[in-house]
Design a protein around this ligand. Structure first.
Ligand code: CAO
Length: 464
C-alpha cells in the first residue's frame, strides 16, 4: 500500500486558476487518467487526471479554490507498494494535445465557446482550440437530434470529461445549453438534454443562448468541396491564429443572435471643429484625438440612458436573465496585420476624451504589435467598430457576444442638410447600430441611435 500525491501539472503561464468541478471524494475508486478536477481560466477549461489507479484518500481542494502548477489536488492510495519515498509529482497526460497547443499536454484543455471575438489574445499563451481530446468519428446522434457537428462540438464550452461523456452518448454539445457560469455545459446538462430528446420533447436547451436548438437543428447543407486547382493556379494560405479564433466566434454570434442594424447619421460639424482645435492645442503633448474617442465617450451617456444596451443575456436553470452592468467598459475593433481584435477601455465614465484617446492609441499600437494580453480584451460592455478612417457609408457589424449591441461608424462626409429655410453644408457621420433583437426592440434601438447622434451634435449634453 502506498500513497501518491496528484498535483497540478505544468500548465504554462496559467496561475491561480479556479477549481470549477471536483469529481471525486474520499473513498472513491479512481483509475489512472480519470478526471479528478476541472480548472477554468479565462481562456480554457482543463481537467487534471489521476496519475494512478487506487482509492481516493484525501481531496485537498474544493470548488472555488485557486490552484497553480504544483498545487496538491488529491492523495490516492494505491494497492501496490511503491518504492520507499516515491511520490509521483504530477498527473500523466490525459489526452494528446494538438501540435499547435501552447498549453502542455499534461492537461486536457478546451477553449470556452463563451470567449468573445475579443478573446483573440495574440501574445498570451493560449490553448489551441483543438486541444481537447481528439474526437472520434462523429458518433451517431441521440435519436431525434441532429448529427454531431465536429467543429461546433469542439467550440462548445465544456470540460474534457463532459465532452467524453457527450461523445459516449452521441450528444452534439453544440445543441446543449450550459447551466454553469459563462454557459459552461455540465454533465447534468447533457443528461437533461438526452432526457428531453428521449421523451420526444423539443430540447429547451439553447433557447436562451440563441434558440437555434429549441426550434430544431439548422439542417444546413454540407460546405461545398471544390477542387479549385481544376480551374486555375491557387495558393493555400493558412488562416492566422487570431482569424481562426475570431472567425469561430463571429460565426457563432452571427447565427445565434438575431441581429438587426439601425442606421442613422449624426451632425458632427461643431464637434469636428472642436476636435481640430483640441488637436492643435495638444500637438506638443503628442496626443491625437480622432472622432472615435468622442464616440467612445458619448456612448457611455447613451448606455446610461438605455441600460438594456449595457447588458448581457444570461441563461440560468430558472430561465433567462438580463444582466445589467453598472460599469462602462467599451471595446473598439482594431485592424491588425493578423486579424481583428477588440481591446477594451475600462471605466470610460471616469475618463476624459484626452485620456481615452491616449489609451486607444496605446492599445491599438499594442494590438498591431501582437502584444495585447487577455486582460486588455476582457470585460467589455459595448463595442465600437470604426471604419471611418477608411471609407464606406454604412455596414452591419456583428455583435461581440455576450454583449447585446455594437456600433459601426463609417466615414463622415459634408452633405446638404435642410435647416428649415435652406440647405446648409453639414459634416455628417454615418452610424450603424447592430442589436440583439431578443433584448432590444426596434424602437429602443432607434431611440438609442438618435440619442447618441444628438450627443455627438452637441457634446455638452454628455455632461448632463
Ligand atoms: N470619418 C472621417 N474620417 C475619420 C473618421 C470618420 N468617421 N474616423 C477617423 N477618421 C480619420 C481620422 O481622423 C484620421 O485622419 P488623419 O490621419 O487625417 O488625422 C484617419 O481617419 C485615420 O484614423 P485612424 O483609423 O487611424 O484612427 P481611429 O481612431 O478612427 O481608429 C482604430 C483607430 C484602431 C479603430 C483603427 O485604426 C482601426 O483599426 N479601424 C478598423 C476597425 C475594423 O477593422 N473594424 C471592422 C471590424 S469588423 O466589424
Amino acid at each position: 500500500m502506498s500513497t501518491i500525491e496528484v498535483k497540478v501539472p505544468d500548465i504554462g503561464d496559467f496561475k491561480d486558476i479556479p477549481v470549477i468541478e471536483v469529481f471525486v471524494k474520499p473513498g472513491d475508486t479512481v483509475k489512472a487518467e480519470d478526471s479528478l478536477v476541472t480548472l477554468e481560466s479565462d481562456k480554457a477549461t482543463m481537467d487534471v487526471p489521476s496519475s494512478a489507479s487506487g482509492t481516493v484518500k484525501e481531496v485537498k481542494v474544493k470548488l472555488g479554490d485557486k490552484v497553480s502548477e504544483g498545487s496538491l489536488i488529491v492523495v490516492v492510495e494505491t494497492g501496490a507498494a511503491a518504492p520507499a519515498g516515491e511520490s509521483k509529482p504530477a498527473a500523466a497526460p490525459a489526452a494528446p494535445a494538438s501540435a499547435a497547443a501552447s498549453v502542455p499536454a499534461s492537461v486536457a484543455a478546451s477553449v470556452p465557446a463563451s470567449a468573445a471575438a475579443s478573446a483573440s489574445a495574440p501574445a498570451a499563451p493560449q490553448p489551441a482550440p483543438t486541444a481537447a481530446p481528439p474526437a472520434p468519428a462523429p458518433a451517431p446522434a441521440v435519436a431525434g437530434s441532429a448529427p454531431v457537428d465536429g467543429a461546433a462540438f469542439k467550440a462548445a464550452h465544456a470540460s474534457p470529461s463532459v465532452r467524453k461523456f457527450a461523445r459516449e452518448l452521441g450528444v452534439d454539445l453544440a445543441r446543449v445549453t450550459g447551466s454553469a457560469p459563462k454557459g459552461r455545459i455540465l454533465q447534468e446538462d447533457v443528461q437533461k438534454f438526452v432526457k428531453q430528446v428521449m421523451s420526444g420533447g423539443a430540447p429547451a436547451a439553447g433557447a436562451a443562448a440563441g434558440g437555434i436548438s429549441g426550434g430544431g437543428a439548422l439542417n444546413l447543407l454540407p460546405w461545398p468541396t471544390v477542387d479549385f486547382a481544376k480551374f486555375g493556379a491557387v495558393e493555400a494560405r493558412p488562416l492566422s491564429r487570431i482569424k481562426k479564433i475570431s472567425g469561430a466566434n463571429l460565426a457563432r454570434n452571427w447565427v445565434m443572435i438575431p441581429h438587426v442594424t439601425q442606421f442613422d447619421e449624426a451632425d458632427i460639424t461643431d464637434l469636428e471643429a472642436f476636435r481640430v482645435t483640441l488637436n492643435k492645442e495638444n500637438e506638443k503633448a503628442g496626443i491625437k484625438v480622432t472622432m472615435l474617442a468622442f464616440l467612445i465617450k458619448a456612448s457611455v451617456s447613451a448606455l446610461r440612458k438605455f441600460p438594456e444596451v449595457n447588458a448581457s443575456l444570461v441563461s440560468t436553470p430558472d430561465g433567462d436573465n438580463l444582466m445589467l452592468k453598472q460599469y462602462f467598459n467599451i471595446g473598439f475593433a482594431a485592424d491588425t496585420p493578423n486579424g481583428l481584435v477588440v481591446p477594451v477601455i475600462r471605466n470610460v465614465d471616469q475618463k476624459g476624451v484626452l485620456a481615452i484617446a491616449a489609451e486607444m492609441t496605446a492599445l491599438s499600437g499594442k494590438a498591431r504589435e501582437g502584444k495585447l494580453g487577455p486582460a486588455d480584451m476582457q470585460g467589455g460592455c459595448f463595442s465600437i467598430s470604426s471604419l471611418g478612417g477608411i471609407g464606406g457609408t454604412a455596414f452591419t457589424p456583428i455583435i461581440n457576444a455576450p454583449e447585446v449591441a455594437i456600433l459601426g461608424v463609417s466615414k463622415s462626409a459634408t452633405k446638404p442638410v435642410w435647416d428649415g429655410k435652406a440647405f446648409v453644408p453639414r459634416l455628417m457621420v454615418p452610424l450603424s447600430f447592430s442589436y440583439d433583437h431578443r433584448v432590444i426592440d426596434g424602437a429602443g434601438a432607434a431611440r438609442f441611435t438618435a440619442y447618441l447622434a444628438s450627443l455627438l451634435t452637441d457634446m455638452r449634453r454628455v455632461m448632463l
